[in-house]
Write a protein that binds this ligand. Sequence first.
Ligand code: NAD
Length: 349
Amino acid sequence: MSKTYNIAVVPGDGIGNEIVPEGYRVLEAVAKKHDFSITSETFNWGAKYYLEKGKFLPDNGLDSLKKFDAVYFGSVGLPAVDDTLPAKDYTFKVRTNFNQYVNYRPVRTYPGVTRPLRSEKHIDFVIIRENVEGEFVQMGGQYLPDSDNGMGIDTSVFTRKGIERVAHYAFKLARKRRNKVTHITKSNTLINSLTYWDRVIKEVATEYPDVEHDQMYIDNCTANFVLKPEVFDVVLTTNLFGDILSDLGGAIMGSLGLGGSGNINPEKEFPSMFEPIHGSAPDIAGRNIANPYGQIWSAAIMLEHLGEVEAADSIMKAIDKSTQQGVLTVDLGGKAGTKEVADAVIKNL
Ligand code: NAD
C-alpha cells in the first residue's frame, strides 16, 4: 500500500502566500509520479494573523502541528508588525519546542543561473547551523533604556549537549558526502563560549577519524565563501553565524530566492519544518515575481527527510532542467513569473 504523508502548510506572510502554494503543487505532482500521497491542512498564521488576533499562532498551535509528519513553511513578518516578534513568536518557538536543533542549508550551483562570482567552479556544500541555542536564546534584558546610562545585554548559551548533537549530525552527514567538516568559530575573541564550542567539536571529531576536520574563523569564512567556495563540504556553524552565512550562500548561488532549508529534529520525536532561507520579502509581495525555487527545493529536502529519496531527487532534476531551459525569475535576470516556474518544474518532473 502506498504511503500517505500528512503535511501542515504554513504559508506565513508576504511572498510566502505565493511561493508555498506553488511548492505544494510540485509536491502533489511528484507524489503522483512516485506513488505516495500527500494530505495537508493549511494554517494562516504569522504577522497578518497577529494583526487580527494579537498572536502569531493560537495557544494550541504547537499541539496542532505535532500530529503532522512535517511542516511546510514560507516565512513570517510584515512591515506593519514589530519585527522582534516573528522569530520569537513563531519561528524560534517551533524550532525550540520541536527540538529542531539542526538547520540544514545547502548551497550549490544551479545550471543556467549566472552567479556573481568570477569562479566557474562547481559549488556544492551544506551549512549545518546549530538551531536552538547559541546567540539566539534571547536571554538578557535592557536596563534603564531611556537614560544616558541605558544598556542592553544578550547572552549566548553553548551547552555540551547542544554542541555534541549538532556536531555528530555534521560528521555523519560528511560521511555521506565528501568527508570534510569545517567548523566556524571566532574563539580568538569570544574566548569563553566559542573556545568551548571548538573544544566539544574537536572531541566529537575524534570519533570520526575518517572525516577531515578543520576550523575557520567566521571573518575568513565569509571571504572564502566568495573567493573559493569549492573548498567547503559540510560547514558547521553557530546559530547567528549560520543565519548570516546562509544568506551569503544564497547570494553566491545567484539569489536569496534559490536557497532551501530544513529545521530538523533528527530523532523524529517531533515534526521537522522546511522553509526557504529568505524572509517574506514584502517589497515584492503580491506581484507573482517571487522566485519559488528555494521553496520548491525545501519540498525536496522535506521528502528526503520523510524517506522519499527518489522523489526528492526527481524534484532536484526537474529544477535543474527548468533553470537550464532559462525559466528564470526577475531576480535571476529572467522574466518568468512564480507560477510559470512551478509549471515548468512540474512539466519537467
Ligand atoms: P527578505 O529575505 O525577505 O528579503 C531580502 C531581499 O531579498 C528583498 O529585496 C527581497 O525582495 C529579496 N528576496 C527574498 N526572497 C526572494 C525571492 N524568493 N524571490 C526574489 N527575491 C527575493 O529579508 P528582509 O527584507 O530582511 O525581511 C523581510 C521580513 O521577513 C522581515 O519581517 C523579517 O523579519 C522576515 N524574515 C522572516 C524569516 C522567517 O520567517 N524564517 C526569515 C528572514 C526574514
